[in-house]
Ligand binder design. Sequence first.
Ligand code: SF4
Length: 285
Amino acid sequence: MPATAPLTPVNHDRDSSGMTYVYPVVSRRAGGVSLGINLNPNNACNWACVYCQVPDLMRGAAPEIDLAQLESELRAMLTNILHGDFMQTRVPEGGRRLNDIALSGNGEPTSARAFPHVIELIGRVMADFGLAGRIKLVLITNGSLIDRPRVQDGLRKMAALNGEVWFKFDSATASGMRTINQTRISPDKQFERLTLAARLCPTWLQTCVFALDGAPPSDAEQTAYLAAVTRIRQQRIPLQGVLLYGLARPSMQPQASRLSALPADWLAAFAEKIRAAGLSVKVSS
Ligand code: SF4
């Protein structure tokens, strides 16, 4: 795709900016531009979710991050968005506002060893562009590394920058996590990490629901999920709520042909059950 192609809500190509770490996205969900930071240009993640949209996904961690290059890319892109012709030439009318900076790349961003330094760097650049407190900083994470001190350090720094964590939580059972996320992590351990995240930085659960081989999540899966929501309420874990997604874009994984979107009324009914269990829900089908 040429670097000058207009961005559309379906054009999330990480290469659209021609940069290594920084890519702009017009977000249909947020109604504006989100500036993505990709700390995994090697397409490496410690999970392998069946719905993952990363092409050529491989198991692994983020590579060493070139902080000087990241900073210069971020400054160049923000200059173009805020003071250049980016909005006029690349963004359809109606979406010409910068909503957030999102650490959301082709793998798990917290696997970057420099993660807390990256947050510091983003904070410094946001301050220089007058964006501190004016736009959100979002971390989209599978949460599996939040028990590491350097990740917690990064989350504390995010909290000071109007940050939000979107914590992946597709299933509350070991078998569901094995099937959907292809990880052997124990749900209890993951719940502990969720608790840690929520106590360090405002945190949303991010849940993707879909049909697998034509079947929606089983009654047992739904019951386990709702029990986790009840536990969150009972233990007064300060979660912001649930971001409930359907399949918005095609999976790039070998299981893609087995997945299909659920009807909007299925999502609406599940959202009601989550609300009844005590958490607010934003649905995006
Ligand atoms: S955690 Fe995110 S990047 Fe990793 S496999 Fe799942 S969807 Fe893809």
